[in-house]
Ligand binder design. Sequence first.
Ligand code: ATP
Ligand code: SF4
Ligand code: MG
Length: 331
Amino acid sequence: SDPVLEIRGLRVDYGLGDAAVHAVRDVDLTLHRGEVLGLAGESGSGKSTLAYGLTRLLPPPGVVSGGQVIYHPADGPPVDVLTLSPAQLRQFRWAETSIVFQGAMNSLNPVHKVSTQLLDVIKAHDPTSTAAGRLARARDLLRLVGIAADRLDSYPHQLSGGMRQRVMIAMALALEPQVVIMDEPTTALDVVMQRQILGQLAELRERLGFAVLFITHDLSLLVEFSDRIAIMYGGRIVEEAPAAQLYRQALHPYTEGLLHSFPALRGPRRELTGIPGSPPDLRAMPAGCAFHPRCPKAFDPCDKKVPVLGATDPDREVACWLHPVAAPVPR
Ligand code: ATP
Ligand code: SF4
Ligand code: MG
C-alpha cells in the first residue's frame, strides 16, 4: 500500500478543559494514493470536524488536541500537516490537498465572474505563468468537469447549483493536488446531484491520479463509487473495509444498521429496518461502546469497555466486541 495521507490518533475538541466536547476521538485513517475513500456516518458523528481538523481549517472554538496528519508529497520527505507554518499551509492547501466544503457552491464570490476566481487560484500559485497560459488552463479545467468554456464569463448566480459545484471542483483540481476532500451536505444537494459529482470525481481520478476523501450520509453512493469505506460513530471510526466487502458483510452492527437504511443495490431484497434511537450526545457519551444503547447485539462487555479499532484481516478494521482483534491497528 502506498499512503498519501495518514491520520494518526487525531483528536479534535470544541472548547477547552472541562467544557471541551470531544468531537473526534483518536481517529486513525489512511488514504492511499489514487483511491476513493468514502466516509459515512449519521449527522453529528464528526465527519466535517475530522475534515476541518486535518486540513487545519477548524473554526474556533475547535482545536486539534492530539495526533498527527502525515502527508506524503509526490516527491520529498513526509510532513506532519499539524506542524506546518502558515505559509507552508497556504501552499499545501491548493497544491497538495484541496477541499470542497459542505455548502461550497455558495462560497463562490457573487460579484466576480467564474473566470476571475479560477484565474486567481492559478495565478496565486504560479505567478510566472502568462495570462494566455492561465486562460487556456482555466478553459481546460472547466471542460474537464463538463462545463462549456464559454461559461467562464458567467457570474455564479447565472449557473445552476450543480454547475457551481463543478466549478468548485475545477478550482480544487487547478493545481493538480494529490488529495481532494469533498464534504457533501445532504440537504443542499439532492442525491441525483451527489451521484453525478461523485461519479465524475471517481472518473477524473482515473485520469489524473489524485486520491479522494468523500464525506456523505449516503452510504449507498459510497458502495457504488468508492474503493474503501470508513464508518464514523460518536467521533470514532468504527469500521473500515473495501467497499464491496463492507456491502457484502458488515462487521459492525452500526454499519449493518446503515446498510439496512437503503434498498439493496443488487442481490436479494433486504428489510429496511434502519437504526432505532438517535446518535449519542457528545457531552454525555455512553460508557463502553458508544453504540451500545442502540445495538441489537450488545452483550456483557459492551456497556463497560470501549472497543478499540483493530484489524480482523489485512484489509479490514472494526471496533466491536463481537470481533475480537489480535492487535491494535499497526501504526
Ligand atoms: P453532518 O452530517 O450533519 O454534517 P458531521 O458528521 O459532519 O454531521 P460535525 O459537524 O463534525 O458532524 O459535528 C460533530 C459534533 O461536533 C456534533 O455533535 C456537533 O454538535 C459538534 N460541534 C460542531 N461544531 C461545534 C461547535 N462550534 N461547538 C461545539 N460543538 C460543535
Ligand atoms: Fe454492539 Fe457491543 Fe459491538 Fe458495540 S461493541 S457495536 S454494543 S456488539
Ligand atoms: Mg458535516
